[in-house]
Design a protein around this ligand. Structure first.
Ligand code: ASP
Length: 336
């Protein structure tokens, strides 16, 4: 019977405390253990008592401190638990700031029909209206819903279910912060039941290669285009060890001439460059033929990020570069 839920704790505001409701100077993420979080939600504590819920503390950090090593540890822990026949799904408690990056990393690297449900909280445990317990309970409910199978990694906050590829944090403090732009929610964890309205269709698996202790994924930096950008940061990123670059371009994926020339230079050195956009919705497209337009960037060797925002394009590029840096191979992955 697949009815056991495994909760992997990593920290964040859901595990955070502040001096008082008003005192955010004393606020620290990752102050509360996953055991305490579970104990504070009676239905989950009862499941744990009955042996149907287990938890593991993978880390206890502010999600600004998530990195390659933690992502890998988390992916391996999730894969290990999902492979157990009695496990229905895995819940990850996490800070909201980089939650969408971790969700995307897990969606790409963990291959299993069973769901991975990521949650956080916008208000910490010292606040009267702490949203952690509700989100944790909803995550467990989504985990054991049969329709959650095959939908990969999802973020569930404020009763709303979002797909890893599509979701982004849209508000600094509201409890309704995770949204999927043009695509909308996958479903809701309503009071009486969990309802899915659709499935995420653009999913793919990019395996995490076995790595030696301390070994990292290829270093990929994000460089922004803005009015007056001079390309210095593009050259400097590569001079400082970047093995790949994501450009946060404008509109359809455009940059000015100095940025274009810097990008051309690093492409000529064999550094893959992926072009994304700072616009929250829509795809980048190689349509403009002026110097710095998407078409000229593509002709120079750059890869178009489709509708992935820079922070998610970076993750796909890092994982892809374990096996290839060729423009055509990379473009295929970004087109999927
Ligand atoms: N700084 C926190 C974090 O991402 C914010 C949160 O969890 O909402 O860890």
């Amino acid at each position: 019977m697949t009815s056991t839920i495994v909760i992997l704790g990593t920290g964040g505001t859901i595990a955070g405390r502040s001096g008082s409701a008003q005192d955010n100077v004393a606020y620290r993420a990752g102050s509360v253990g996953v055991d305490e979080l579970v104990a504070a939600v009676p239905p989950l504590a009862a499941l744990a008592q009955a042996g149907r819920l287990q938890h593991e503390q993978v880390a206890n950090v502010d999600s600004k401190d998530m990195d390659h090593a933690l992502w890998q540890a988390l992916a391996r822990a999730a894969a290990r638990h999902l492979a157990r026949p009695e496990v229905a799904g895995v819940v990850v408690t996490h800070g909201t700031d980089t939650l969408e990056e971790t969700a995307w990393f897990l969606d790409l690297t963990v291959q299993n029909e069973k769901p991975i449900v990521l949650i956080g909280a916008q208000r910490n445990a010292s606040e009267k209206d702490f949203d952690g317990p509700r989100n944790l309970l909803n995550a467990a409910r989504v985990c054991v819903t049969s329709e959650a199978r095959g939908k990969g990694a999802m973020i569930v906050l404020n009763n709303q279910i979002n797909a890893a590829r599509e979701v982004t944090k849209t508000h600094t403090s509201d409890v309704e912060t995770f949204k999927s732009g043009d695509f909308g929610f996958l479903g809701v964890a309503d009071n009486d039941r969990v309802i899915f309205s659709r499935a995420p269709t653009r999913r793919q698996h990019v395996p995490l290669k076995a790595m030696k202790e301390g070994e990292k994924l290829p270093a990929v930096e994000i460089v922004a285009m803005y009015g007056g950008a001079d390309g210095k940061l593009v050259r400097s990123a590569v001079a400082n060890g970047a093995k790949g670059l994501v450009i946060q371009g404008l509109g359809w994926g455009n940059v000015n001439v100095p940025m274009y020339e810097a990008i051309q230079e690093v492409l000529a050195k064999g550094i893959p460059v992926v072009v994304s956009t700072r616009v929250p919705n829509g795809r980048v497209l190689p349509v403009y033929g002026f110097k710095g337009g998407g078409k000229t960037l593509q002709e120079a060797g750059a890869v178009m990020a489709d509708n992935l925002p820079p922070q998610k394009a970076r993750i796909l590029l890092m994982l892809a570069m374990q096996t290839t840096s060729k423009q055509a191979d990379l473009q295929k992955l970004f087109d999927r």
